[in-house]
Design a protein around this ligand. Structure first.
Ligand code: GDP
Length: 386
């Protein structure tokens, strides 16, 4: 006969285990939704269920809104799918630009806010402010009264907003011929000046950027801030949609893909031990191929991304293409996936679930991801961005 305390503890333990299992199933359900969305973003049917991220870019006409929209979509201003730049706006409607490879990430070029009759509340209503996950208020000079009024109205509506001071490359160029020129000091002065202009907003978050050089200045800091402030699934979507403009951006993406692989392996592994009805992942070779293809596009290795990069860094496209040397250089092909899966241990496994369960930590997709990351590093090196 057990001591009553032991019985008591064993009942407690059972309850605890049940609770843990309940949490665990919830966690899996949550991540499974996120994973399916992210692993298979091209599936039309899945798109409606996808995590959507709506980014609003606003500010005065000429501030550099459209150029910034194009920069975060990884497109040069003269791309046929780019937002038109350098034009005088006539429309009061927001223009939506889907991300080229992740249509669930939508970047909205909002109408200019320069009019003297501007009313922030009315403007927010007209642009359907509840659509957006966050607002970027863009200026290329000092922030003006309209920017401040807009920020205060956004704050009231409990949405996230950030200030972007664009065309920093112009400021640097204009000052760089001076004797005693100190880039760091200049940036600090611009930052302080912006802060002084925005005193009425509380503690503003200001980022200095150049749409033509995302790798420089504060763009990375903006992304890190968004990472801290956005919900987990939105964060995933944001990081995966960003162009690979630097080694730092590549490392960030790699970490996210690793997380995705780990979550996948985690769910699959558990499924293999104790099948939970409705939880087994629908996985096949196709999913692995799609996953690799997404990494390929996400790492900026597609022809479209290299073309945009070649124009931006002024290097011949062929030279950038030649920097890719791995077996994945032309993307995720059937041959590579079949070859990878034909290793003796893996060949007997029928699904991605069992494959990942066989390989702790999802070594197979992680391997492919690491190989492609090397290609990207080489491309960045040739582009003199790393
Ligand atoms: P919008 O009216 O706010 O959409 O502004 P645009 O994106 O059309 O930009 C207005 C002008 O500023 C265009 O000629 C752009 O090429 C230029 N521009 C925009 N962003 C930058 C930048 O970061 N650096 C430089 N040097 N020029 C920029």
């Amino acid at each position: 006969m057990h001591h009553p305390y032991i019985r008591y503890f064993s009942v407690l333990n059972t309850i605890n285990l049940l609770l843990i299992k309940y949490d665990f199933i919830n966690l899996l359900l949550h991540y499974r939704a996120t994973m399916t969305d992210l692993v298979n973003p091209y599936n039309e049917e899945d798109c409606s269920k996808n995590v959507t991220l709506n980014i609003a870019i606003t500010g005065m006409t000429g501030a550099g809104k459209s150029s910034f929209v194009n920069a975060i979509r990884g497109l040069p201003n003269d791309d046929k799918n780019a937002a038109p730049t350098g034009t005088t706006e006539t429309t009061m409607k927001p223009s939506m630009y889907p991300h080229p490879s992740m249509p669930n990430v939508k970047i909205w070029d909002l109408p200019g806010i320069g009019s003297p009759k501007f009313r922030a509340k009315k403007y927010l209503k007209e642009v359907n402010f509840h659509t957006y996950d966050f607002f970027l208020i863009v200026t290329s000079e000092r922030f003006k009264e309209n920017d401040i009024e807009l920020a205060r109205a956004i704050k009231k509506s409990k949405k996230l907003f950030y200030f972007i001071r664009t065309k920093i490359d112009n400021d640097i160029r204009a000052e760089s011929h001076k004797r005693n020129f100190d880039e760091r000091m200049l940036l600090e002065n611009i930052r302080e000046d912006c802060k002084a202009n925005l005193l009425k907003v509380g503690i503003p978050k200001i980022f200095l950027v150049s749409s033509f050089n995302l790798e420089k200045y504060d763009f990375q800091k903006l992304i890190s801030t968004l990472e801290d402030e956005l919900p987990e699934n939105k964060k995933f979507a944001l990081i995966q949609s960003l162009p690979v403009y630097s080694l730092e951006a590549l490392i960030k993406k790699k970490t996210y893909y690793k997380k995705l692989i780990w979550l996948n392996a985690f769910a699959a592994g558990v499924g293999a031990i104790a099948p939970i009805p409705g939880l087994s992942l629908v996985c096949d070779y196709g999913i692995i191929k799609t996953f690799f293809q997404q990494v390929f596009v996400g790492f900026g290795l597609s022809n479209q991304a290299l073309k945009a990069l070649s124009e931006r860094v002024n290097k011949p496209l062929e030279q950038l293409k030649a920097a890719k040397t791995s077996r994945f250089k032309d993307g995720s092909t059937e041959d590579i996936v079949i070859d990878m899966l034909s290793k003796p241990m893996i060949a007997i496994a029928k699904t991605l679930g069992t494959i990942l369960a066989l390989l702790p930590g999802g070594a197979l997709p992680a391997g492919g991801t690491a190989i492609m990351a090397e290609d990207t590093k080489n491309v960045l090196a040739v582009s003199q961005l790393a």
